[in-house]
Design a protein around this ligand. Structure first.
Ligand code: COA
Length: 414
């Protein structure tokens, strides 16, 4: 048995943010029925293709464990089928441009009338306000949610991150909203509206930077590389690779950095482990030197401290540094490339990285469910082909006869 067995999701999502959410719910056991436009389907099926006429990795890696039906929700027969699907499902999830579902004729009021137990969940770029009508993609959310203004180096431009905090980050937030609404429904018997704006989700993930905005009023941010010699303006600046927490950290070079762009390691000079770190890098003099042996004394010279540490790390590979410092309780992490992560045996062993077989693509690598439930392990199954389950869903979920499914197909509704 899976945690969400018996929960049926009417999945109107596309691109990345919404599909991330419904894929998680599918891994937890929900029956996710992805509704796609006949002929084209989710636009990502054809985007960033690596193989001709084969669903892209963009699509396959975001739509595991789902069923796909094609349905024209603007066609009168399609709308009749969509109404029946709303009756038969527990959750409707969508991330269309604002108002798209209303324009199809399915307002929240109407959905509640059709199925009062329905949880109706949406992702939009912005919440109510001046930008609520805007269409939004990942990097727009990273810029408007505070990610870009606080990422990068002080002397460089705002920078977006590789982690898809706008799309996937919002999808994860929405999944929590949905299961919370389902939990409340257990007691209230009623569905509810769940909305997560991408700007809000990014800002939530940038929470510590709003913390720093308020700290600025009371003096310089002493853990930032701008301290003590640089200047602070009136907004949280970009802090390069500074840790963002109370324990100083930085990325330092390791052996081979001249030719390997990822021969680096992140080191946190946690106060409790500082003496051992000093001994390991050959600076035993720091242990008794009041200029170095307290966090307060080190703060104005973090750059100098990390340069000293780097002199040592540059003589070792990033994995040798990790092997030396981990037993000393010095928190550190090698900068791992996607190539290294793809081959990492421990990630394979836990199912976080998995091989999946696909009928037209063959075998490909994907990220499995990063959230591990002891009583509901996730098995990753391939993404559906466009409309692969149309007849199956119409007949088994909606109880239509084979003759009726033939009729709605020839009508152009599916
Ligand atoms: N049958 C009939 N029509 C369908 C359909 C179906 N099965 N599925 C989609 N459509 C229609 C929609 O109703 C909409 O029509 P409308 O403009 O008449 O209302 C149209 O297809 C296009 O949908 P839209 O969402 O506007 O797509 P887009 O490609 O123009 O915009 C986004 C894409 C992502 C920018 C936009 O959907 C958006 O801003 N979404 C919210 C934020 C978000 O999730 N962004 C991150 C994406 S990773």
């Amino acid at each position: 048995m899976k945690a969400l067995d018996g929960v049926r999701i009417l999945d109107m999502t596309h691109v990345q943010s919404g599909p991330t959410c419904t894929q998680l719910l599918a891994w937890f056991g929900a029956d996710v029925i992805k509704v796609e436009r006949p002929g084209t389907g989710d636009a990502t099926r054809g985007q960033l293709r690596d193989l001709p006429d084969v669903d892209s990795l963009y699509f396959t890696m975001l739509n595991h464990n789902k069923r796909s039906i094609t349905l024209n929700t603007k066609h009168p027969t399609g709308q009749m089928i969509f109404t029946k699907l709303i009756e038969a499902c527990d959750v409707l999830v969508e991330n269309f441009a604002p108002g798209a579902l209303d324009r199809m004729g399915f307002s929240w009021e109407k959905i509640q009338t059709i199925n009062p137990r329905m949880v109706y969940a949406s992702i939009k770029g912005f919440g109510p306000g001046p930008y609520e009508e805007c269409k939004v993609y990942e990097n727009v959310a990273q810029c408007t949610g505070g990610g870009a203004s606080t990422t990068g180096f002080d002397d460089g431009p705002p920078t977006v991150t590789g982690a898809q905090i706008g799309d996937s980050g919002t999808g994860v937030h929405l999944a929590l909203g949905i299961v919370t609404a389902l939990f409340q429904r257990e007691r209230s018997g009623k569905g509810q509206r769940v909305v997560c704006a991408m700007q809000d989700a990014v800002l939530n993930l940038c929470r510590v930077k709003l913390r720093d905005q308020q700290r600025l009023k009371h003096g310089p941010l002493t853990e930032y590389p701008q301290y003590p010699d640089g200047t602070f303006g009136d907004a949280t600046p970009r802090s390069g690779n500074a840790s963002g927490g109370g324990q100083p950290g930085w990325i330092v070079k390791c052996r081979g950095w001249e030719s390997d762009p990822n021969a680096y390691i992140y080191i946190i000079t946690q106060a409790a482990a500082f003496n051992d770190l000093a001994l390991a890098i050959g600076r035993s003099d720091w242990v008794d030197d009041p200029e170095w042996n307290t966090p307060q004394a080190r703060l104005p010279k973090l750059g100098q401290m990390f340069a000293e540490i780097e002199r040592w790390t540059m003589t070792k590979s990033k994995f040798e540094v990790m092997e030396t410092l981990n037993p000393l309780n010095v928190p550190c992490g090698p900068v791992l490339s996607m190539k290294e992560l793809a081959k990492e045996p421990s990630l394979r062993a836990t199912g976080t990285v998995v091989d999946v077989d696909h009928p037209t693509r063959g075998s490909y690598l994907t990220v499995g469910n990063p959230i591990k439930l002891s009583d509901s392990p996730a098995e990753v199954t391939r993404s559906p082909l466009l409309g692969e389950h149309t007849e199956e869903v119409l007949e088994t979920v909606l109880g239509m006869t084979p003759a009726e499914t033939v009729a709605v197909r020839s009508d152009g509704a599916v």
